[in-house]
Structure formats: structure tokens, C-alpha cells
Design a protein around this ligand. Structure first.
Ligand SMILES: Nc1nc2c(ncn2[C@@H]2O[C@H](COP(=O)(O)OP(=O)(O)OP(=O)(O)O)[C@@H](O)[C@H]2O)c(=O)[nH]1
Ligand SMILES: [Mg+2]
Length: 244
């Protein structure tokens, strides 16, 4: 992948300056929305956080997602991308930690269903915190009943088993300092459980974590197989509990 910007982690941002961010977007078969949404996001960032890279991470896509990502990379937008053949958002995130141009990594879903103002709010908080958890439950959410029930019961079990105080373990709207989470990459498996693995381990380690509300309106069909995702997430949670 040809880089449009150099890695400059050693260059410390001045107080009051905006530290550069990598906005990480995992994508799976997103040809219908990818171009328009990346353009919208880039316009937003130009105004609200101009020192940024957008890093698109595709794996397993079988539609034009990769071709569109390549076009975006070759356009005048600050977009980098990579593609892995094996499917699984955890694999994409693990590679993203390695490939991100910056230490501050903020995750956003390609459908942009969560208010983009999470990005500048989280970017600022990363001055002080190592992880920022964007939480739909503490903000507002318009999502299907099935999804609300699924995430509600998951959050309940997380609190019961792990005593973790946060209320959102979805992949979108999270912000991380790479220097903190790079310690946990060996615990990342193929799917979305990397979020709870990282948050739980960082929390036990005493990392500085904060949670802020986000505003989400997501009525499109999920790219995940929700039944499979439920089984996968709960079984990983029990494994984490048993081996904690
Ligand atoms: N790289 C990669 N991205 C994926 C994969 N599966 C889903 N995604 C992306 O993950 C993001 C979230 O997917 P959505 O379908 O919006 O998930 P959702 O069900 O709305 O998610 P929740 O908000 O957690 O309920 C999107 O950008 C998808 O394209 C995958 O296997 N690999
Ligand atoms: Mg979505």
C-alpha cells in the first residue's frame, strides 16, 4: 500500500494542537455506500479535525469494495486502505493497528450511522485517556428491537461476569491509543470480540478509560449474521470469564 502521509509518531503534538488521528473503517461488501460515505467523512474531517488519515480495512469482500477503496486512495482524499482475503473484522483491526499512520485510532462504521461528532470529541479525550468508549445506551439509539435486545443482554452478562462498567462493546465509535492496545494484539481473534478483550484487559491493567454518549440511528440490515454473531460473542465472553 502506498502511503500518502508519513508516520510521525515521535513528533510530539504541542499543547493545544490537534494530534493527528487515524480514522479506521472496517468494510465488508460496502460498494453501495462506500464512496459517498468516505467523501462525506473526509469533508467533515477537513473542517473538524484536519490532521487525519482515513484507513479503510476490507476483508473477505466479494463486491466492488476493494476497487472503490483503491479509487478513493488514488483520488485526492487522504485515504489509505488494505485488503485481506480472510473474512473477520478482528483480523482487519489487528492489521489496522500495525498499518495505522498515527497512534490515535478512532473506529467508525462505514454506514456512518453514528453521529460523526464522536470523532473530534474522542480525539480530544485521547490527550488524557488511552481508550474512549462511545456508548449508544448512554446517548440515544434508533435500532431494531432484535439488536437492542441482543446488545442489552450482552452488556448485562458482561457486567455480571466481568464487572466491567461500560455499556457498549460494538466495534464502531471506539478510540484507542495504539501504544496501549498493542499489548493485547495476541488476544484478538477473527471476529468482533476484540473490543471486549481489549477493554477488559486494559481496564484490569488500570488504563485510563472513559465512556461518552453517542447518537446512533441504524436501521439498515447488519453486515453480520446476527445469530452467528450472538453465539460467537457470548461464547467468547464465557471464555474470557473462565480464563480471567
Ligand atoms: N473488514 C471487515 N469489516 C466488516 C466485516 N463485517 C462487517 N464489517 C464492517 O463493520 C462495520 C459495522 O457493520 P454493520 O453491518 O454496520 O454492523 P451493525 O450490526 O450495524 O453493528 P452494531 O452497531 O454493532 O449493531 C461496517 O463498516 C461493515 O462493513 C468483516 O468481516 N470485515
Ligand atoms: Mg451498522
Amino acid at each position: 500500500m502506498h502511503r500518502k502521509i508519513q508516520r510521525k509518531e515521535n513528533k510530539k503534538p504541542q499543547m493545544g494542537n490537534r494530534a493527528p488521528i487515524t480514522v479506521f473503517i472496517p468494510v465488508y461488501n460496502e460498494e453501495a455506500i462506500l464512496k459517498a460515505n468516505i467523501e462525506t467523512l473526509a469533508r467533515y474531517l477537513e473542517t473538524h479535525w484536519p490532521d487525519y488519515e482515513i484507513l479503510i480495512a476490507s476483508n473477505g469482500s466479494t463486491d466492488r469494495t476493494v476497487a472503490i477503496s483503491k479509487e478513493l486512495h488514488e483520488s485526492n482524499l487522504r485515504v489509505n486502505f488494505f485488503h485481506l482475503s480472510a473474512k473477520g473484522v478482528g483480523l482487519a483491526f489487528e492489521e489496522g493497528i500495525r498499518k495505522a499512520a498515527w497512534d490515535r485510532i478512532i473506529t467508525v462504521d462505514a454506514d456512518l450511522t453514528t453521529d460523526m461528532n464522536f470523532i473530534p470529541r474522542a480525539a480530544r479525550l485521547l490527550d488524557e485517556y488511552e481508550i474512549v468508549v462511545g456508548s449508544k445506551k448512554n446517548g440515544s439509539q434508533k435500532r431494531s428491537l432484535v439488536r437492542l435486545a441482543g446488545s442489552g443482554s450482552f452488556i448485562f452478562c458482561v457486567r455480571l461476569l466481568l464487572k466491567l462498567p461500560y455499556v457498549d462493546y460494538s466495534i464502531g465509535s471506539k478510540a484507542y491509543r495504539r501504544s496501549t492496545i498493542a499489548r493485547y494484539t495476541r488476544h484478538i481473534n477473527y471476529g468482533s470480540s476484540y473490543v471486549i478483550e481489549i477493554i477488559y484487559r486494559a481496564w484490569r491493567h488500570g488504563s485510563r478509560i472513559t465512556e461518552i454518549p453517542v447518537y446512533c440511528e441504524d436501521t439498515r440490515e447488519s453486515k453480520f449474521n446476527l445469530a452467528h454473531e450472538g453465539i460467537y460473542r457470548f461464547s467468547n465472553l464465557f471464555k474470557l470469564w473462565l480464563t480471567r
